[in-house]
Every structure is written in C-alpha cells, then in structure tokens.
Design a binder for this molecule. Structure first.
Ligand SMILES: [Zn+2]
Ligand SMILES: [Zn+2]
Length: 344
C-alpha cells in the first residue's frame, strides 16, 4: 500500500488520515513550509516543524490550530511515525518522513542544497520512496555559488550609489528577501524594505537569524537623500505599481532562478537579473535523490516529465505526481499580492 497518494484535496496519507500541504481545506494538515502554495488557510489542524511557527502564524493567522515538532522529533499517529527534517529552502522548511509497517517515505516539499545561513541546511533522509519537487528539473539549471551572486548584487548597488541612483531589487518577500539581506554587504548603504517584506524580517530576527537593520520604505520621503544610496528590497508585485513613484532615478533588478533563462530579464523589463534560487538546481536534485537511497521517486511540481525520464534511465522507479503547487520563484502568489503594505 502506498503511504502517500494524490487526492483532489492534496497529497494524502491513508494510514495516518492526514494531508501534506493540502490545497483544499482538510481536517489534518502537515505543512512542509509557509510559502502560500504549500501552506493554505482553512485547515482544522496544522502540524509543522517548530522553526516555522512564527512565519506560519504571521501568514495564516495567530489563532490557527498549530502543533509543532523539533527537527528529528518523532510523533506516532495511527501507527504512522512522522518526523520533520530540514529542507534548506526557507525558515522552518521541512521534509516529512513517514514510517509505517517498515516502509519509509519522505515528502520533500521544496528544498535547496546550498546552506545559506537563514535556515537549517538540507539533510538527506534515507527512504524507500522519495517525493521530490522539480521546479528547476532541467539540465540547464546549474547555480553559481551564492557568494558570487551576492558579490554581483553588491557591485551593482555600489555602482548605482556612486551616481546617486536608488537600487530596487525585486524578489520573493518570504525567504529570498531575507536570504539576500543576510548575504549582501550591508555596510554599502541604507537598506529600505517594502511593507510585504518587513514583517517577515521581524520573524527571522526573532528566530535568531541575522538580518541587517532595515528601514520601512514607506517612512522615507522622496526628497530624503538616504534614497540616493539605498538598496530597496521589494516583492515583484511592486514593480510597475504606484508604489515605485517614491523613487526618483533608480535602477531595478530581479533575483530568481528563472533569470537563468535568456529573455526573462527583458520580459520583466528590469535592468539586471541575478540568478539566485531557493530551490535545488539539476545537479542538486539528482544528488539529493541519490542520497536518499530511494528506489522509487515521485516527482511533483516543475519539470516533471524530464526528471522522471532521466531517473528511469538511471534504473529508478519514477513517476509524476500531479499537485497544485505553484512557483515561488516566478511571481507573487495571491497570498503575497494581498499582503497589505503596512509599516512593520
Ligand atoms: Zn517554497
Ligand atoms: Zn513549491
């Protein structure tokens, strides 16, 4: 019997009678991480890794019925032993390990291999069946070390500041924004943030992750000289909006794994593209899958067909698993678009 099956509500564990990252409201949900397409409102119960509690409550409501487990802590539910293991994707992100009748399954959620200092690094977990994402599951996706990308961002910011131009960097407001803030050289100038970013910065800081001091952009007047030297971190949805009118002369950039694709930057209409992803690249996916020792691999959201074909060629029992997870690199999800722009 399969430990996890696809149901209209989401990935379902029949033995334990719960869902993993359901996309429709259910009684019992197990949440891998707080991105809007994986953690949705309306579930009766939530179970998640403890480091994700602050983010989940800030996004889904302080009053959700949430139980948490430390990474590695085990919970026995209807005979299924469940535990969370770091996925290295965003603060609190976890792979879900399920064990039942000697069978071990791991559902990865979203994951990233390179440790970034803003969340617990990815830990491979041995299993019989591995459910993997495939957001960047094509051989063209091979990330440069993040230090090189941060150096590019620093240089761009410095060059703009030298000619009194504001640097506006668009990125996903949960995870990517904090990773960039953590990784850049904050001594180069003032850092301003959009109202969708600042509440998440606060949760990261409260969790002990170093985020340099930031200024809420809404509090800064257009005439303020601080603008000229500033780096502004804003969600993609702010681009082209009236919110941008507060900046005079500026250069804009976009940080995403999709910047690897020729044409993405131009379509976005931004001056610079920075290739920085919170997901595993092609070698990372293959490495992670290999580390699990799984003979069976279920592939969810992304380049499903290509990864499935490749794994089958390697002799693995691979198949696609249809889900309704979105893409947290591409554009603001509805949840993010709805984030009120309020001072933190
Ligand atoms: Zn995600
Ligand atoms: Zn995802």
């Amino acid at each position: 019997m399969d430990l996890v099956i696809a149901r209209p509500e989401g990935l379902y564990c029949p033995a334990g009678d719960f869902y993993i990252d359901p996309w429709r409201p259910v009684e019992r949900s197990v949440i891998t991480h707080a991105h809007g397409d994986h953690a949705r409102t309306g579930n009766q119960h939530y179970l998640a890794a403890a480091p994700g509690e602050g983010i989940l409550r800030s996004r889904l409501g302080q009053d959700i019925n949430l139980q948490t487990l430390a990474y590695g802590e085990r919970l026995l539910h209807h005979g299924v032993t469940l535990s969370f293991h770091p996925a290295g994707h965003v603060l609190g992100s976890a792979q879900v390990r399920l064990e039942y009748g000697g069978e071990v399954w791991v559902a990865s959620g979203d994951y990233k291999i390179e440790p970034d200092g803003t969340c617990a690094p990815f830990e491979p977990v041995r299993c019989h069946t591995f459910i993997t994402e495939s957001t960047f599951g094509l051989p063209i996706y091979r990330w440069q070390p993040q230090a090189e990308i941060f150096a590019e961002i620093n240089q761009w910011w410095q060059a703009n500041a030298a000619v009194d131009k504001t640097s506006v960097l668009f990125c996903y407001s949960f995870g990517k924004a904090q990773r960039i803030l953590h990784g850049i050289d904050a001594s180069l100038g003032p850092i301003l943030t959009h109202g969708a970013v600042e509440p998440l910065n606060r949760v990261y800081r409260e969790s002990g992750v170093y985020i340099p001091p930031t200024i809420y952009a809404g509090d800064v007047k257009k005439s303020d000289p601080v603008m000229r030297k500033a780096l502004v971190i804003a969600p993609p949805s702010a681009g082209g909006s009236t919110w941008m009118r507060r900046f005079g002369d500026y250069s804009d950039g976009f940080a995403s794994g999709w910047m690897r694709l020729r044409g993405t930057r131009r379509r976005r209409g931004v001056d610079r593209g920075f290739i920085l992803s919170d997901h595993a690249d092609w070698p990372g996916l293959l490495w992670a899958i290999g580390q699990t020792g799984a003979e069976r691999v279920m592939v969810t959201h992304g380049s499903v067909a290509v990864l499935v074909r490749h794994l089958r060629e390697q002799g693995l029992d691979a198949q696609g698993f249809s889900t309704e997870y979105g893409d947290d690199e591409e554009e603001a999800t509805s949840a993010e678009a709805q984030s009120p722009e309020v001072p933190a």
